[in-house]
Design a protein around this ligand. Structure first.
Ligand code: TXA
Ligand code: MG
Length: 318
């Protein structure tokens, strides 16, 4: 059931049940991070492999030391600057955090989400919330309560409705090696913003054998409809005669008789607006029974980088 009543969420959570919560990035499937039972329910509902760890959501930076230890100075600096906000830190795990949350890792992912309803919820609870994005493993992340309902209908007693997600793309994940920041996943907090605070960052190099983060799997965030990514939609369409085509463009529509549905992410060409609309646009395109979706490569700066990362993972690779 979709509701704005946090008491309903609290009732479920203290019974080790899972509820959907809004955040400023995407909706999450939340449970008591200190309850193995609750965390197990998250994994089975999401059909997520147990080797893929979850993010722990806390109410403020003051709680950080109950979740993580040996916190590097640059991690503290980033947390102070960007929390509550779309930054997830990967840090040494506190012994109290159950291994099921971290998938057996000695590191834990943690963030303070920036959504008033969820902050209020976290403030009222006596425990932090483990939460992955509220979509079945591999599919497009939800940016509205309705998206969550479409995925999980009767499997969730409570979907806490916080409106459409303000940022619309997942948090940026930053870990540390020798106390220096390493970006694991591009996201709603831009690299430019992070580098302004702590100087140049490195990027985690993907190892295909053991994906550390499922967000780093090559096909993830994927629509059911076959999706392509190109710099030039107009000429790309010519290679698909007689197909029902939907297009996803940054700011300018394309005139072509084969296009049945167009999603423009930002008429004004604003990256923030485009990121906010990205997943909802993909959800809508996916519902139109199209033969293919063709997406345009976004401008390669700021949030455009994170959007291109997600679009790369949405396409079918042969
Ligand atoms: O914006 C977000 O981060 C949303 C909202 C709900 O907070 N959550 C989210 O969770 O995107 P999820 O589970 O869909 O993606 C979290 C990513 C995964 O790729 C996971 O593997 C990675 O974080 N992760 C979690 N714990 C980790 C750890 N200890 N080491 C490395 N990666 C970790
Ligand atoms: Mg996810």
């Amino acid at each position: 059931m979709i509701t704005k009543n946090i008491n309903k969420a609290i009732t479920e959570l203290i019974q080790d049940n899972v509820v959907a919560i809004p955040t400023e990035t995407v909706y999450g499937l939340a449970g008591n991070a200190f309850s193995e039972l609750a965390v197990n329910k998250i994994f089975s509902l999401k059909k997520r492999p147990l080797h893929n760890p979850l993010i722990v959501h806390i109410s403020s930076i003051n709680e950080l030391e109950t979740i993580a230890i040996n916190i590097p100075d640059k991690a503290k600096k980033l947390a102070k600057k960007f929390w509550p906000g779309s930054l997830t830190l990967i840090l040494d795990k506190h012994p109290d955090v159950p291994y099921i949350v971290t998938a057996g890792n000695e590191k834990v992912a943690v963030r303070v989400p920036n959504h008033p309803l969820t902050l209020e919820l976290l403030n009222q609870l006596r425990f932090p919330l483990a939460a992955p994005s509220a979509n079945p493993f591999g599919s497009i992340s939800p940016t509205s309560a309705q998206h969550v309902l479409d995925y999980f209908s009767d499997q969730l007693e409570v979907i806490l409705d916080g409106g459409p997600c303000e940022n619309g793309i997942e948090s940026t994940i930053v870990g540390f090696e020798n106390n220096e920041p390493i970006v694991y996943r591009l996201g709603a907090l831009t690299i430019e913003e992070i580098e302004n605070e702590v100087g140049p960052v490195k990027f985690h190099v993907k190892n295909n054998q053991t994906p550390i983060a499922p967000g780093m799997l090559s096909r993830h965030y994927a629509p059911k409809t076959e999706t392509f990514l190109t710099n030039n939609i107009k000429s790309f369409i010519k290679t698909f005669p007689n197909k029902k085509i939907g297009v996803l463009v940054f700011s300018k529509s394309i005139d072509d008789s084969q296009i049945i549905h167009t999603e423009i992410l930002s008429n004004q060409g604003k990256l923030e607006e485009a990121a906010k609309n990205l997943y909802a646009a993909l959800h809508r395109l996916d519902e139109k029974n199209l033969d293919i979706i063709i997406a345009e490569i976004m401008p390669d700066l700021g949030l455009g980088k994170a959007m291109n990362d997600r679009l790369q993972r949405a396409i079918k690779k042969n």
